[in-house]
Design a protein around this ligand. Structure first.
Ligand code: HEM
Ligand SMILES: *[C@@H]1O[C@H](CO)[C@@H](O)[C@H](O)[C@H]1NC(C)=O
Ligand SMILES: *[C@@H]1O[C@H](CO)[C@@H](O)[C@H](O)[C@H]1NC(C)=O
Ligand SMILES: *[C@@H]1O[C@H](CO)[C@@H](O)[C@H](O)[C@H]1NC(C)=O
Ligand SMILES: *[C@@H]1O[C@H](CO)[C@@H](O)[C@H](O)[C@H]1NC(C)=O
Ligand SMILES: *[C@@H]1O[C@H](CO)[C@@H](O)[C@H](O)[C@H]1NC(C)=O
Ligand SMILES: *[C@@H]1O[C@H](CO)[C@@H](O)[C@H](O)[C@H]1NC(C)=O
Ligand SMILES: *[C@@H]1O[C@H](CO)[C@@H](O)[C@H](O)[C@H]1NC(C)=O
Ligand SMILES: *[C@@H]1O[C@H](CO)[C@@H](O)[C@H](O)[C@H]1NC(C)=O
Ligand SMILES: *[C@@H]1O[C@H](CO)[C@@H](O)[C@H](O)[C@H]1NC(C)=O
Ligand SMILES: *[C@@H]1O[C@H](CO)[C@@H](O)[C@H](O)[C@H]1NC(C)=O
Length: 531
């Protein structure tokens, strides 16, 4: 991004997080689109595999996971609820801000869900993707992969730096009035609270480990080591069954928080019948429409954020998406532009056999790799569950001298609108000469001949561990660069290194800045990053 229009615009652009030439449209949206769209198969994000099948427990592996009686997809939803419900919408505080990470020792947050989930999400956090966006996307993924309807994902949550001073999450023994007060504080009236609880309690279980006053020790068996009793007959499916089993008094009859022998801990029964079951009956009557009610209620939940935080527009999966597009130098020192183009096609639609990529004087036909991926986007919901969308990948590598000075490249295929993506080769971070070893980052920047590399500064933003939460905190540093002797295919190289003092927990952003504007960002994997 350049300061071509005015100084004022420059300042505005500088305030935008992660304006980057090679992440389309931004690093934030590109990384979150990856989690949402690239579910299984080629280049899939690890996010979906954690909840595939939807009964999976990712914290353990093999047999211990199978017999744990715990469910990652359900834990993710519960974490979002506990993060959200201490919001005070009148005061404009709390909501989805990842403060729950600091609050795991409060008895109201009993159970292993909080730290289990944060442990999985932690490597995905970085300067572009906040922990609170990951808390929210966890719920979105559980719904879209496990039978629920798609909840549009809006990015932009900002992480709290400390625990929320507001306490009060409904627990099994909490009386009805207090429970309703907590929901009302967070903007939900009685019928909203009943609906949201039914939506949440369609997945997962109550465990003896964590809730011995709800589930007796007898539930702990060799095959159910944490003693989980499920809310409904399908603990791994986001469906209307919990409502139906409650009203029909069949199956699990609404679950342990309805049926437990200990009357004090029947919180779901108290809530559900607090309006004489009229909300539950209305949800029952909706049939599959219950899933749309859940999109609405869960959406209000994950989009409750502190005042001052503005969420972006819902992320629309990109049908044509350039991924890992970077300038770099080949081993023989020549400039290259390389990457992959992801094409997303719907079930029943055929992926193109080739794409045309034009950049500068280069005009290439790209052919696809054999291995494809599958996505919940483009799924044919009227067909069988296997009718998913397909992601097809088209790799490319172009000699830099063919793209010299190019400000964009285009992708087209017959019958489609041509897509155009901005690019620049004036100044860029050199991926093959930028690395992290332990706590030290060593970065190289290339500046085209005639450009004053000294006018640029290099800023580092690294997620690192902090006390009291498994949510990382981004620390920043500026690199002092020194010019290396000689030229590399028409480029001067500048190098710098800094000891961050801490080992990064996820992708580290290396940004080339000029007059407050980001010219290029490259995100480096220190080895631990989730993908
Ligand atoms: C009156 C309000 C609520 C109370 C008292 C309550 C209480 C509980 C308790 C005690 C558990 C068992 C946790 C464990 O043993 O691991 C649980 C599980 C769960 N709750 Fe709630 N809950 C309430 C509302 C909600 C809401 C509004 C949501 C989400 C929208 C939600 C989502 C979940 C999920 C998904 C689980 C299953 C977790 C797992 O299987 O690990 N709950 N709830
Ligand atoms: C929410 O915040 C407002 C304003 O600070 C305060 O008056 C009110 O008591 C709070 N509500 C709850 C339920 O704590
Ligand atoms: C609960 O609140 C209602 C009104 O909001 C009140 O009439 C009732 O007495 C309260 N019950 C308890 C047990 O505090
Ligand atoms: C029922 O649960 C309450 C609240 O957790 C607890 O104080 C009480 O001891 C339990 N009663 C029995 C009989 O276990
Ligand atoms: C133990 O759990 C596994 C997986 O949930 C199930 O397939 C198996 O039938 C169970 N075995 C017994 C004895 O309940
Ligand atoms: C509400 O529905 C449940 C489950 O069907 C039933 O056990 C309970 O008696 C009902 N309560 C009221 C007040 O209607
Ligand atoms: C993009 O780069 C990352 C990190 O090197 C790699 O794990 C991933 O597979 C790449 N994806 C594509 C589509 O090239
Ligand atoms: C590197 O660039 C030189 C000069 O432009 C060219 O002759 C050579 O073939 C290039 N090497 C490769 C591997 O493209
Ligand atoms: C940084 O990497 C370059 C090679 O890419 C190497 O020459 C240099 O010694 C490294 N500097 C540090 C401080 O590791
Ligand atoms: C969760 O992790 C944090 C950070 O490591 C730790 O301080 C806290 O004690 C953990 N909570 C639980 C319940 O183990
Ligand atoms: C993906 O997740 C699995 C656990 O499900 C883990 O073993 C693996 O290291 C992860 N891979 C990456 C690239 O994050």
């Amino acid at each position: 991004m350049r300061c071509i229009l005015s100084l004022l615009l420059c300042v505005l652009l500088a305030a935008e997080p992660s304006v980057a030439a090679f992440y389309y449209p931004t690093a934030q949206v590109s990384l979150l689109d990856h989690i949402l769209v690239d579910n299984w198969g080629a280049y899939a994000s690890n996010f979906s595999s954690a909840i595939t099948p939807c009964t999976n427990y990712v914290t353990e592996v093999g047999e211990p996971a199978l017999i744990s009686g715990r469910t990652t997809a359900a834990q993710w939803i519960r974490v979002a609820f506990h993060d959200y419900v201490t919001a005070n919408v009148t005061a404009g505080t709390g909501g989805l801000d990842a403060s729950i990470g600091f609050e795991t020792l409060r008895s109201e947050n009993s159970g292993s869900a909080m730290n289990d989930s944060f442990t999985f999400w932690r490597p995905f956090m970085n300067d572009a993707v906040s922990m609170s966006d990951l808390v929210a996307i966890g719920t979105v993924m559980s719904m879209s992969l496990c039978g629920g309807h798609k909840l549009p994902f809006r990015p932009g949550r900002v992480d709290a730096m400390a625990a929320d001073p507001t306490t009060g999450v409904p627990a099994p023994e909490t009386d009805l009035n207090t429970t309703l007060l907590y929901f009302a504080r967070a903007g939900f009236d009685r019928s909203d609270a009943i609906g949201l609880t039914a939506c949440g309690h369609t997945m997962g279980s109550v465990h003896h480990g964590g809730f011995p006053d709800v589930v007796p020790v007898s539930a702990v068996t060799a095959n159910n080591t944490n003693g989980g009793i499920n809310f409904d007959t399908t603990r791994g499916v986001f469906d209307p069954l919990v409502v139906h089993e409650y009203i029909d008094w069949t199956g699990h009859m609404g679950g342990p928080l309805v049926t437990t022998d200990n009357v004090t801990t029947r919180s779901d029964l108290r809530l559900y019948e607090s309006d004489s079951n009229s909300t539950m009956r209305a949800l029952y009557a909706q049939g599959e429409g219950f899933l749309d009610t859940c999109v609405n209620l869960m959406g209000r939940m994950v989009n409750t954020v502190p005042s001052g935080v503005t969420l972006g527009d819902p992320i629309q999966p990109m049908l044509i998406k350039p991924i890992n597009v970077t300038y770099d130098f080949s081993t023989d020192g020549n400039l290259t532009l390389s990457g992959r183009i992801r094409v997303l096609t719907s079930a029943g639609e055929t992926a193109p056999s080739y794409l045309t990529l034009k950049a500068g004087s280069s005009n290439q036909q790209l052919t696809s790799e054999a291995e494809t991926g599958t996505s919940v986007f483009g799924a044919n919901i009227k067909s069988t569950a296997s009718a998913y969308g397909t992601t097809t990948y088209f790799p490319f590598i172009i000699a830099g001298r063919q793209t010299a000075g190019a400000k964009s490249f285009t992708i087209s295929w017959p019958g489609r609108k041509t897509a155009t993506f901005p690019i620049q080769d004036d100044v860029f971070v050199v991926p093959s000469a930028t690395e992290i070893s332990g706590t030290v980052i060593n970065a190289t920047v290339a500046a085209r001949s005639g450009i004053n590399g000294g006018a640029y500064s290099i800023q580092i933003a690294a997620p690192t561990a902090q006390m009291g939460t498994l949510g990382p905190k981004v620390i920043r540093a500026t690199l002092n660069m020194r010019r290396l002797p000689g030229m590399n295919d028409g480029y001067a190289l500048w190098q710098g290194s800094v000891d961050l003092g801490k080992v990064p927990t996820g992708l580290v952003s290396v940004s080339v800045m000029r007059e407050g504007a980001t010219i290029d960002t490259f995100m480096v994997n220190p080895g631990a990053a989730g993908w």
